[in-house]
Design a protein around this ligand. Sequence first.
Ligand code: DLZ
Length: 163
Amino acid sequence: MATVNHNLSDYDIQSVPNAEGMKFGIVVSQWNDNITGALLNGAVQTLKVNGVSADDIKVMTVPGSFELTYAAQQMAKTGVDAVIAIGCVIRGDTPHFDYICEGTTNGLAYLNASQDVPIIYGLITTNNMQQALDRCGGRLGNKGDEAAVTAIKMADFRRKVKQ
Ligand code: DLZ
């Protein structure tokens, strides 16, 4: 479903497993930090609402979205149940946007398939700043909330599939 028809913060809290005792790592890009900071706040708040202790959330920043792959790979080795990667890439005048989006997306997808820990895609890729603002607590909700709910569900999946 296109985001335009979907508020990124809408979820049925009953469908989210109790996350008490789960540990999460969050890696955040400093580029467009007005956006990534709001995404981070949404993710942390949603984790806490669903039972995660502040002590069980480890947050680390990196310079740009392209660095998220390395950061998520390292974070995945620290005993967390899932890693959330948060970034925001906004289209400019050159093809740079496409390279960063593709490199970061492929890197995170590769990690998601190759690490033992789920890697959650909290990357916003937009044509302009307004579209990003709409998705980090604006009229379309907050993708950070969505990423946190997905992280809890995947951490729960990981625990259950190993039983
Ligand atoms: C260089 C760059 C540009 C042009 N735009 C963005 C962006 O919109 N969002 C983002 O997260 N990072 C951007 N970067 C930085 C790259 O992600 C990366 O940090 C540098 O290319 C160094 O590897």
